[in-house]
Design a protein around this ligand. Structure first.
Ligand SMILES: Cc1ncc(COP(=O)(O)O)c(C=O)c1O
Length: 477
């Protein structure tokens, strides 16, 4: 028996690599959305498991054939849905290698090359985002887990200040601390509060303005009412409007009361990498912990995100698989000291490759190009009678409505459906200021001026068509 590769395995890997190249080369010519529905995909794949198994090459070829029309071209320059990066090809190349290497990234001793690269990623991202040098950092699956870890580090510190060891004694009978969060927060930090045992419902929700920013005065009043140092969760990049909280006013006020500030900056934190835009984030670096995605604006292949905590000790105390009764941190940088997982994929390696490929100026160009394009798209769409961009475009997010909803025929939804069916471009929906919106996120590494023009044309054409032939009473999804 050889532990190398059989001919069949070589063929399977070759087929996969050749397909990966052909697929990505063909993405611009494909309709963006999948062409089959979920039921059809499930029926196709969810068959009885074969008794005998199949050759490796056949399995890979079958998967390629059967998945083809069920893929959404999320790596396309014309994909504007949710807030998703486009899996940069250099990251994809590195991702393939790391699967072949089969490294479990949990141990610095066992996989030094991986830890070396991941440490560089942590340093580089902290530096690019202008966050405090020497902060603790963990490479995680995305902003949901990064928010969870940041909130767990805060939980450790705020309870330790009250003489409670949450890692040892849990939350039953623990002292309380107030949690403040904006009304327009993403669902991820609320989920994180649930995962951390703090409850999504026992928070003080703070009034936000028309852009989704926490209003300063009510926040300061709520802070005054806190009987103990609170956890305040702020936002860099509201999912619909892209807005940023007033960090420079809110963070020092929380600190004056001994509290902890956590910032959900899943995509918005990346503005810090562009000196001419970083001003919009003024004061963000004063916080205690931050959650940021790497698979959004940095376009790392899924899944990759990062938690950053100014003081590494509470992060290690809450994450370390060895428990808080052992020395505060291991002498060297151990990946599992700052992540929930013990065994894990080396998801920092594609990020390492992307950062080396782009360099500082490449990251800056990427983020500033998207912000410029978002502004131009907003201008062009707003010039069409009946189209209205509801938000001030401060980064890469747009909230668009078509016509008014006075007649209950939800023209915006009709336009979105038509645009999606046509398949050339793919924005998705959201809800903002009580209205169904077309949400446009300009974030794919490949999106350039010509793509933005196509998006504008597709939306305007669909809007004109819908005005001529509106369908009454579409039910909002
Ligand atoms: C502001 C914000 N926070 C958190 C998340 C959750 O990120 P993830 O899906 O990477 O867990 C998102 C996702 O869009 C987001 O926009």
């Amino acid at each position: 028996m050889t532990n190398g590769l059989t001919d069949d395995e070589v063929k399977a890997i070759t087929t996969a690599v050749e397909h990966a190249i052909a697929y990505r080369q063909g993405v611009p010519d494909r309709p963006v959305p999948p062409r089959i529905c979920l039921d059809e995909a499930v029926a196709r794949f969810r068959t009885a498991l074969t008794g005998e198994g199949q050759s490796a090459e056949d399995v890979i070829s079958d998967i390629i054939r059967d998945a083809d029309d069920g893929l959404n071209q999320m790596s396309s320059a014309n994909f504007y849905g949710y807030v998703l990066g486009g899996s940069h090809p250099v990251g994809v190349a590195a991702d393939m290698m790391l699967s072949a290497w089969g490294q479990n990234a949990g141990s610095a001793f066992e996989t030094p090359a991986i830890t070396g690269m991941e440490r560089a990623v942590c340093d580089w991202v902290i530096d690019l985002l202008g966050l405090p040098e020497g902060s603790g950092a963990g490479l995680v699956t995305g902003a949901t887990v990064a928010n969870t870890e940041g909130i767990m580090a805060a939980r450790h510190k705020l309870l330790a200040q009250q003489g409670w060891d949450v890692e040892q004694d849990g939350l039953f009978g623990a002292p309380e601390f107030p949690v403040l969060i904006g009304e327009a927060a993403h669902s991820a930090p609320l989920a994180a509060l649930r995962y951390a045992g703090l409850g999504a419902g026992r928070v003080t929700k703070l009034k936000t303005d028309s852009e989704g920013r926490i209003e300063v005065e009510p926040f300061l009043k709520a802070l005054e009412a806190c009987d103990r140092p609170p956890l305040a969760i702020l936002q860099a990049g509201q999912i619909n409007s892209g807005a940023y909280d007033y960090f420079d006013e809110l963070v020092p006020a929380v600190h004056a009361r001994g509290g902890w500030v956590h910032i959900d900056g899943a995509f918005g934190l990346w503005l810090a990498a562009v000196p001419e835009l970083a001003e919009r984030l003024r004061g963000v670096e004063l916080a205690d912990s931050w959650a940021v995605d790497l698979h959004k604006w940095l376009n790392a292949p899924f899944d990759a995100g990062m938690v950053i905590v100014r003081d590494r000790a509470p992060l290690v105390a809450s994450m370390s698989a060895w428990g808080s009764y052992l020395p505060e941190t291991t002498a060297h940088w151990e990946p599992t000291d700052s992540t929930i997982e013990l065994s894990r994929r080396a998801r920092g390696i594609p990020v390492y490759a992307i950062l080396r490929h782009l360099g500082r100026s490449g990251v800056r160009e990427l983020v500033s190009r998207h912000c410029r394009l978002a502004g131009e798209i907003a201008q062009k769409l707003s010039a069409e009678p009946g189209l209205q961009v509801l938000n001030q475009v401060v980064c890469n997010q747009l909230a668009l409505v078509c016509g008014d909803d006075d007649h209950g025929d939800n023209l915006t939804q009709q336009v979105l459906e038509l645009v999606q069916q046509n398949g050339k471009v793919y924005p998705t929906h959201g809800e903002w200021q009580g209205r169904f919106i077309i949400r446009i996120s300009v974030i794919c590494y490949a999106t350039r001026d010509a793509h933005a023009d196509t998006l504008v044309d597709e939306i305007i054409t669909a809007w004109r068509q819908v005005q001529q032939h509106p369908v009454k009473n579409v039910t909002a999804t």
